[in-house]
Design a protein around this ligand. Sequence first.
Ligand code: FAD
Length: 394
Amino acid sequence: MQFELTEAQRAVHDTAFRYAEAELHPLLARMDDEDWFPEHLIAKLGADGYCGLTAPEDLGGAGMDLMSAGLVAEAFGYWNTNAAFIWGPHENLCLNNILRNGTEDQIARFVPDLCAGRRIGALGLTEPGAGSDALGSMALKAVRDGDDYLLTGRKMFISNGPVADVVLTYAKTAPDLGAKGISAFIVETDTPGFSVAQSLTKMGWRGCPTGELVFEGVRVPARNRLGAENAGVAVVMSGLDIERAFLALPYIGAAQRCLDLSLDHAATRRQFGKPIGSFQMIQSMLAEMATLIDAARLTAYHALSACDAMARGEGGRGAIHRICAGSVLFGAEMIAKVTDMAVQIHGGAGFVWETEVNRHYRNARIASLGGGTTEVRKLIIAEELFRARGLSLG
Ligand SMILES: Cc1cc2nc3c(=O)[nH]c(=O)nc-3n(C[C@H](O)[C@H](O)[C@H](O)COP(=O)(O)OP(=O)(O)OC[C@H]3O[C@@H](n4cnc5c(N)ncnc54)[C@H](O)[C@@H]3O)c2cc1C
């Protein structure tokens, strides 16, 4: 395994890093303090070439590989994790999934607007009664009615859900078939019967609207079904692998920011007549933070480059499934420890809401929950380990 970034990839990161410092960082305090959603954000990112990074240029995208898109996510995470998690669901969960699974017609109708930031995207899998068991317990139904489907049910915890124009929505088309009876739909939220039940107030990711969505007989044309009927599980599973690989990157950016802030603080804050950075117990934390970040970064780059090599329709089982789950599992453990040590190094100031390390500390809590919990990630890894050795647990 070798993860030397190419010159082009380094340039992508550096350009995005400077962009995020200038354009995203200034939004952070208001987003976190006031739970303010910057309405212009996706339109601005689209206009500035940061939406549709993996989409072809003739659709308005940037034609990048997933690895380069991940480097942008890392840069955004460094300067404003909250903004990164408005952009990420739009860019990766919605746009990239439509791109990977859509027909030519679907791609032509939806991807250019998402690339330009004219429309905001989201992905709806989780439901009030279907979290970790998202597929088995899914209750939202899609019933065929002529050339349309009628969608009825609820989705829960949907990032960008309250502000989205397009929601990639999973629904049961054959409830008796369990996970094998799921289909994916592109739902336009101005369709009658769609509404937002609530926008949630969260301890972190503030300014990123997360909500409960209601579908009351929402009429969706069959031409908006993504993939074959009852084949939604393949869309979910390959999408989840890429989501997990991608999700780790903003956490790595955020952790790097916490390390840099902690180094600056340790060099300038003086106690007992010396900078606190001269105390070996502070140095120990800084060394541990840096090593955890290095390890998480390598793991994440490995997962992303594996996803880059994944053919359309692949994923959802095998080594890639394990590697992606492992990347976000370790990324989540890393960000929890790194933000905790950053707060510790900042002393009482780290407990204050408006310090940047405190914002990161609160944001970090989602890392072991979103996109599948730590426990679910471990289940995936263990299952794939047994499978790889041809062992069955009955
Ligand atoms: C801020 C935020 C944004 C989100 N964005 C989206 C989004 O954009 N789209 C979307 O579809 N979803 C989204 N989610 C949903 C997220 O993916 C789910 O919250 C997550 O999958 C867990 O589901 P749950 O909350 O229902 O927890 P539950 O499934 O109820 O789990 C509760 C606890 O039980 C544990 N548990 C469950 N089953 C097992 C088991 N078999 N073995 C061991 N432990 C188990 C879990 O690990 C967890 O600790 C978001 C969530 C949040 C909080």
